[in-house]
Design a protein around this ligand. Sequence first.
Ligand code: THU
Length: 137
Amino acid sequence: MDYKPLVREAFEARKYAYAPYSNFLVGASLLAKNGKIYRGCNIENAGFSPTNCAERTAIFKAVSEGVHEFEAIAVVGGSRDAKAFSLCFPCGVCRQVLTEFCRPDLPVIVARSEDDFEVHTLRELLPHGFGGADLQP
Ligand code: THU
């Protein structure tokens, strides 16, 4: 699969990041099985803890529209005036939320640019994750 268009969407999503406190702007693009792409950005809050990461914004947008099956997610992040980007991996909370809805082999694309990215799997990012099956008696 060509991930470049998905990475481009993540950069588009990043434009809407609301990050007046950290000035670290993140964009995520989540490709659903139905072909739709759900964009998300980080949304900060003066209370700090209510801050929502870009990845979770994208997932919650999709799930709130009844979409639960996903093919891949791309993530880009960097400071507001960054000239070049380092890789921005999903935080631990977002890895857990991804685990709720995605297969362990979900490709997680982290990008420096449209042409420079790495592809990891969710399993690599969160091995031995806790899931719904663990709650079965
Ligand atoms: N952030 C994300 O949106 N995604 C990540 O994977 C890492 C961190 C956001 C949260 C906060 O608004 C800012 O980046 C600094 O932590």
